[in-house]
Design a protein around this ligand. Sequence first.
Ligand SMILES: [Zn+2]
Length: 415
Amino acid sequence: MNSGKWKIVGYVLLFAAFLTPGPAHGQEEHKAQSKPRVVLFGINGAEWDIIKPLLLRGEMPNLARVIERGVSGKMRTISAPNCPKIYSIFETSTPPQENGITGFLVHGATANTSMLRTQPLWSLLSQNGVSVGMANVPATFPAKPVNGYMISGMLTRGKDCEDGVLCSPKVSEVTRGDAVYPRSMVQELEKNVGDFHIDCARMPEAKDLPGHEVATVYSWLAQVTKIREEQRRLFDYLLANHPTDFTFFVQSCEDRVGHWLYPIQPYNVGYNSKVHTIQVNAFPDQYRAMDKVLGTILRHVDENTVLMIISDHGIKPLREGESHAAHMDHGGTTPIIAKHDFEDGDDVPGVFIAMGPGIKKGVRVTGLPMSVFDIAPTILHFYGIAQPPQMQGRVLTEIFEDAGTGVTTSASAPD
Ligand SMILES: [Zn+2]
């Protein structure tokens, strides 16, 4: 079970350096002050096709501000992308077959952190004295020890959660592992943020829809709005009260709403006038709401902070010959109108946006030179940590004003 060597080494170092009070503690704290600050914000399935018209209409002012002050472009994903696969690539820069997270289900069991076979970013950063804060990142359950905190995300297990199927437990409903590291933080969060949901709401099931379409769409969207606000408050609280060198937050409601209520015209595969005429703004509304969450995050981002906004893939309407009845990744019980697990990953590129010290301003990267494999090496680069040989991505040198040579003042970085 505990086959990965990195785990043993990582935990020993972690416990020695950070979890045991000792004379080195103050020194580490002092060192931490001079480290770069990086905030990574993941938006599941963020799709440029939806974002661009909203930007043009001035309906995503916060995102517009970041794009204007930074570098933006598409991000290449892999074939048949889905959240657990790609978030595990973000963290390991290794393909699913190597890092062990090949989908929602791995050998019949829900993807989880104990299955990771290559060392993830949060472990590498922790080992190197970088403080780490994470919340709602997919496939990070059970939460593992880090030099900071970790609050799990999509695929957290709770009561009535079937294997490999999306679920949305509250913190108090989590079973089969810890959703929060350190455990002592649970009480603090429940007191200050409330008993929040770990993931966005699960989509309604096909069998519950006939005759109840309007009520189901509205009540489901109300739940989505409630969860997004819980997550916004969580992020706000964490950034204000537990600042870390590296922070990684994720929201998942965009993807969920897109699968079900992508605003497209009739004659597309899966179009159902009983469902798709009820709330035609549901999907773009998610981006308007996400922009407000970004506004909250931006209140904690100063001129010395790097902010990166990424998505694991985009999402597009179904095409001729594709079934709307089954979408196994999300349980296979919800009728969908859009998806992302197309065989050609280049059909559904993700989003990459970065701004901060040393990063080019107002630059758009064209084509698909930036890949989901490049996130971990680029984050390591900020902290001057050498890229481990198993990582297959590269440092995104083209985003830096000085081609990536002088971003960090600590140890030299790989190129
Ligand atoms: Zn999805």
